[in-house]
Design a protein around this ligand. Sequence first.
Ligand code: GUN
Ligand code: FE
Length: 451
Amino acid sequence: MPPVLVFQGAVIHSLDADSLEIFQDATLIVHNGCVTELYKSVADVPHDAIPPSAEVHRIPFGDFLIPGFVDTHNHAPQWPMRGLGQGLHILDWLDQVTFPVEARFADPVYASKMYEHAVQDFLRNGITTASYYGSRHAEATHILAGVCHRVGQRAFVGKCNMDRNAPDYIREESAAASLRETAECIRHIRALDGSQDALVKPVVTPRFAISCTPELLRGLGEMIERDNTLAMQTHFNEAQQEIDATTKLFPEFGGSEADLYQSFGLLNQRAILAHCTIMTDYEKERVKELQCGVAHCPISNMTVGGGFMVAPIRDFLRRGIKIGLGTDSGGGWASQMLAVIRQAIIASNAQEVFSKGKDKALSLEEVFYLATLGGAKVLCLDDRIGNFEAGREFDAVWVTTSTELQSAMTPREEQDSLKRLFEKFVMTGDDRNMSHVYVRGRRVAGNGHAV
Ligand code: GUN
Ligand code: FE
């Protein structure tokens, strides 16, 4: 039985997009990886709340706990090529830069090495949950899931499906082979930890409609219809070049990707739709009605793959569509959710200008919510993670702001309130300020001394 963990000090989390709670002297109690109590001040703590055997951590002034970041869109095999191929449009970028890199994951030795580095990099940056696209290779995808399971990162892991419109060296040989390997991957991932509570879960991952035959899309949709616990992720209305090619391949849907994916049974509340930049009112309505979630990837949207694309996040929030943030590593150059948060602010500023003031820019509270609880909702994990309410699992980052001499973080000053320190961390901090990273109460990364 692991000891009860107690954290005493500052705790910051979101209750919803507009409500950021900041407690200066909270007491947080963790049993078996789960938050059993969050007392908002020392005065609220009953005298018998802390068992004598508990491991008590005092959080010094200037340090605080935040929920771990949730990365709703991440291509693990693109980790070695983050940021490469600037200036290329999406389909050219895939052909010239991405596919040659992903092809290397046919080699399990290379895959083991890269996935180990990648997962550690994301964890070190406070990403306690990630939704990963693997490459098309089943063996490498097993390796990725195994690394997450071993090091203790919460993850969705999917073997990428692509049986057409890709070069011979990476295209799957048939829809039947792709479906067979997908089913095998799902079984393999579920066998890593047979319980309902597994940290690592499978996700059905058709790359996008361009790279999947109708037969393959139909087969994947049938898997989802047979098993309503299965998540699904794909790229959705990402860029004009992609939308034009999709419409050419599937003219019967009149340019609606929502109708296209839905016709194959792929859209439900467990669908994670990456990008959603070019969205008609009709597409927004369908995404809302079908309860799909949006993975907003502002870094890749504004750099590689199609120029300067800005997703209408304010309108999605207004409509009550679920939204989280994604690194989109490697279309996105960063492994850092802090960088994604900052870019989400920049993108929303651009959207405010483009919409002539109608879509107000996102606040600090809102972008932080998207990076934590918002992402948890997109992955249908908000009953488990996303904040520190009692009953949630303890996925957290212990932020230290007193290490400014070794980090780029704007220095702490006498008059800084906790809110100001939090803002300084979000806007200027980095992994050097992340002393301890926890998933389900287990310390999995961090540059502080293990405590
Ligand atoms: N569309 C299809 N595949 C990809 C990919 O790997 N990255 C991005 N950003 N878009 C895609
Ligand atoms: Fe992507």
